[in-house]
Design a protein around this ligand. Structure first.
Ligand code: ADP
Ligand code: MG
Ligand code: MG
Length: 878
């Protein structure tokens, strides 16, 4: 194993080994760009360091010293010399850039002798002592862990004493005194002499950079950004000849983006500081000047910068984020990396770069992190206005987008106010299906309890409404109609804003920015549509959702949850009546009413999706979900506040108790309901046929499919199929037309996957319900898992990502593969989709592509993400 590589010798494609910074420096060196000479110590050495209980490998220092002598030859400078001293920077750099998370030391090699040499050769003592004080501060902070404030207060005092405001105005005398005081601060801290030998300094610096890999900041950053070991494992160390932006007014340092990172416009954008070193720009010690000013101030350097930007873009085929330094008019490059951009800018630059023939369409699609597109499909908070508003609390970001309105704690009130065109934010401790009518009339939903899969979260996501759940700081008081968090009280009627993308609650109405499906965005989607193989359908339960899904490019509906239709205000009461009905005839009468409503919904949805398949799933959740929970009922009966009829309440309570289940997930739901209450499934099947007949007579090109949930055996499926067959022939006779409605099953029970070879004999299509399937395969109840132990599993590295977010390829995925191959063995072209929430997750989409699934189905707002992710999967496979 080779521990070090000179920039000109390294394999600059190997970012994992060299880190991003090292790879970039090497690549630029090979392009003959002006990079100060240096070398990289690999990430492998970092890992050895940790294996070795934080000891540098034995022969490392001799290699480092050899490399330094090579630099001496290239630069003509001398290490530890009182005449023309070589100074270096010691810079961290992992495979993925983690800006500001790890440490870098500048001006290393200075001591009481070399500082004199530097002053002499540059004829600029002020500069030499300025560099020295910078070195001691950074070294003290990074290597010894001295608190920055100690140095800063000395600096402040000195400026005051000398009567100047700016660091760059400090004179030699002041700087010498600062150096002495800084050393004293370090020595007081370590109880040892400040190291003077450059070899010792460099060794300590390397050690400190390696240590910073496991520093708290860096560890948390990696966790938050999902940077796992296979993405970046350890940091490299880059040792590089110093060039000086602080050598006078003909010197400067700066950072630029080769294109605007916010809007993608082709212009170099950034800032610079005259007579300064790199850390000043980053730390914001002085406010930088905008790059266009450089054109006037240093025209020759500006031109060089401009040409360099172009060259780098052409070479890397990506907008770059560049660090440069100008030393007495000479231009140097110190870093380049792919620029991080907003979703908007990514789209614009992708389209622009294709027009400029810099990249092809496949590359233009691949470079956009699909997940990031989410930001373009929802209202977002106007970031320029945010500072004028108070942040009240933070919860779990459950459904993206920003919304404002007046706070309302009562479901009925939210409905009336919403219907009167007041913008309402519904605030509840938690929500139940009976609260759903209020979701329709609210702009957003905020709950103090619950996790990402709580009722409020799932329903909001389905509707595309912003939602925050688990906002535990928020104490909600229904009786007093108010909530309190962090000392702020929000009364009913007070204005609030929620940001469901970040989970933040603000007081007041913050202006929002509407989603923008720009021309460029449409272009990208068109390219993606042509590239992908997977079909993309929508999970849509209402005509509005179906229309939105079409607008975003959905090719059909993969999951239409019929129970969601009962949630609307005018339906829920009827549905509850149906549940309460004791006698079958009474129930059948009520079901007739529901059947009419369902039929009219189906007609609208099928029409919105003309030409595409619409998969309608029959009733799935257990009936008790539609009734208030028994505790609430008891409470109501006890207080009997709202003067509701006591005997009615008691009846509901009795029924709710009857229907209560120990484990509703595995209880009386799905096809099991269809078997014990056949009249419910009969009503639903009939409604689909009626809607179909009506549209077929009008020559509409519709493709309905009926799907049965929770199937575990072929006998269950055949049982329902018989009902379907009877209704089909009855309907065909009644309407005197052929009615083609595919009959299929969900695969969400383990046994169904394992017996798919039997199910396929009756089923005309399969659709994996990956949410329930994941629960079943792991024996995790999702709500409990996410609320109680999954976060700790992730913390302890027992799971890398939640299986509810990305399909667990090894377990759930393998089971799916069994089901697919058994199914297709019988019917070669069997349609197999997935309709869990995984359908909108790019990693799961990649898996579905490779498993040869026919389509994924995702909520309307995730359709564009799914389209782009599916195109990327197709490109990657080529
Ligand atoms: P980060 O990863 O935090 O950006 P860097 O290693 O890039 O840290 O260093 C921060 C800044 O220090 C750079 O932007 C650059 O301005 C300055 N710097 C680093 N090495 C040198 C060098 N050899 N000569 C001059 N300035 C340097
Ligand atoms: Mg940098
Ligand atoms: Mg399910």
């Amino acid at each position: 194993m080779k521990a070090t590589y000179a920039f000109e010798d390294a394999n600059s494609k190997n970012r994992v080994l060299l880190g991003g910074k090292g790879a970039g420096l090497s690549e630029m060196t090979k392009l003959k760009l002006p990079v100060p000479p240096g070398f990289t110590i690999t990430t492998e050495v970092c890992n050895k360091y940790y294996e070795n209980r934080k000891q540098l490998p034995k022969n490392l220092m001799s290699e480092v010293i050899k490399n330094i002598s090579k630099i001496e030859k290239k630069t003509g400078k001398k290490w530890n010399s009182g005449d023309n001293p070589l100074l270096v920077s010691v810079r961290s750099g992992a495979a993925i850039s983690m800006p500001g998370m790890m440490d870098t030391i500048l001006n290393l090699g200075l001591n009481d002798q070399t500082v004199l040499g530097l002053a002499k050769i540059t004829n600029n003592p002020r500069f030499a002592w300025d560099s020295y004080r910078r070195f001691i501060q950074l070294f003290g902070k990074v290597v010894f862990g001295v608190n920055d404030e100690k140095f800063d207060s000395v600096l402040k005092m000195s400026k005051k004493k000398q009567g100047v405001a700016d660091d760059s105005k400090l004179n030699v005398d002041s700087l010498k005194k600062i150096v002495a005081k800084y050393k004293k601060i370090c020595e007081d801290h370590t109880k040892q002499k400040f190291p003077t030998a450059p070899n010792e300094q460099v060794q300590l610096a390397i050690d400190a950079v390696f240590r910073s890999w496991m520093g708290e900041r860096a560890v948390i950053y990696r966790e938050k950004n999902n940077i796992t070991k296979d993405i970046a494992n350890g940091t490299a160390v880059n040792i590089q000849t110093m060039v000086f932006g602080n050598m006078g007014n003909d010197s400067a340092t700066g950072v630029v983006f080769t294109r605007n990172g916010h809007n993608g416009i082709k212009e170099i954008e950034g800032e610079y500081l005259v007579n300064a070193q790199g850390e000043d720009v980053v730390a914001g010690v002085r406010t930088g000047k905008d790059i266009p000013k450089l054109q006037k101030e240093m025209p020759k350097s500006y031109k060089e910068l401009f040409i360099t930007c172009k060259k780098l873009e052409k070479h890397f085929k990506e907008p770059q984020d560049i660090e440069f330094t100008i030393e007495q008019g000479k231009f140097y490059l110190l870093q380049t990396r792919t620029a991080k951009m907003s979703a908007f800018a990514l789209i614009k630059t992708s389209v622009d770069m294709v027009k400029e023939k810099l990249i092809d369409k496949n590359r233009a699609l691949s470079r956009i992190p699909a997940q990031q597109l989410e930001a373009l499909l929802h209202n977002t908070i106007d970031q320029s206005k945010i500072k004028d508003f108070k942040q009240v609390a933070k919860g779990i970001a459950a459904s993206p987008g920003a919304a404002s309105g007046v706070a309302v704690f009562d479901v009925k009130k939210a409905i009336t106010m919403g219907e009167n065109n007041t913008k309402v934010i519904l605030i509840r401790i938690e929500t139940k299906p009976e609260d759903v009518p209020a979701f329709f009339s609210s702009e957003g939903i905020l709950t103090s309890l619950g996790g990402k899969s709580s009722h409020a979260a799932i329903v909001s996501r389905g509707m595309g409404k912003p939602c925050i759940v688990g906002c535990s700081e928020l104490k909600v008081d229904y009786e007093k109609r108010k909530c309190i968090a962090n000392g702020v009280t929000i009364l009913e009627g007070d204005a609030i804003t929620i940001d469901g993308s970040t989970g933040t609650v603000y007081a007041g109405i913050i202006p929002t920015v509407a989603p923008q499906v720009t021309k460029d965005f449409k272009t990208i989607l068109t390219w993606a549509q042509k590239t992908k193989r997977l079909g993309i359908r929508a999970n849509a339960d209402t005509p509005d959702a179906a229309k939105l899904a079409r607008k975003y490019g959905a090719e059909g509906i993969g999951l239409c949850r019929t129970e969601r239709m009962f949630n609307a205000d005018d339906r829920l009461a009827i549905f509850v009546d149906m549940i309460m009905a004791k006698k079958i005839n009474q129930r059948k009468n009520i079901l007739k009413k529901l059947g009419m409503l369902q039929k009219s919904d189906f007609i609208k949805i099928l029409k919105a999706m003309e030409g595409y398949k619409v998969t309608i799933r029959l009733l799935d959740p257990p009936l008790n979900e539609f009734l208030p929970n028994p505790e609430e009922l008891i409470d109501k009966i006890y207080k009997n506040k709202n003067n509701e009829k006591l005997s009615d309440l008691k009846k509901v309570l009795e029924r709710a108790k009857e229907l209560a289940e120990v484990n509703p997930m595995m209880g009386h739901r799905g096809v099991r309901l269809g078997i014990t209450y056949p009249e419910i499934y009969e009503m639903q099947i009939r409604a689909v046929f009626e809607a179909t007949a009506e549209l077929v007579k009008k020559k509409a090109n519709i493709k309905p499919q009926i799907m049965i949930p929770q199937i575990s055996s072929i006998s269950e499926l055949n049982h329902i199929k018989k009902i379907y067959d009877v209704i089909k022939s009855e309907m065909e006779k009644k309407h005197k037309v052929k009615l083609e409605i595919n009959f299929g099953t969900m695969l969400e029970v383990v046994r169904a996957c394992l017996t798919s070879d039997e199910l396929v004999k009756t089923a005309e299509f399969f659709s994996f319900g990956t949410n329930d399937l994941t629960q079943a395969v792991f024996s995790f109840s999702r709500e409990d898992a996410e609320g109680k132990f999954l976060p700790e599993y992730m913390e302890k590295d027992l799971l890398e990502t939640s299986p509810f977010q990305s399909i667990d390829k090894n377990g759930v995925g393998d089971l799916m593969k069994i089901a697919i191959s058994q199914g297709r063995a019988h019917k070669k072209d069997l349609e197999i989709g997935i309709c869990g929430e995984h359908g909108g997750d790019p990693n799961s989409i990649k898996f579905c592509h490779s498993a040869n699934i026919s389509y994924v189905s995702a909520s309307p707002h995730r359709i564009p993400i799914a389209i782009v992710a599916a195109a990327q999967a197709a490109i990657n496979q080529k």
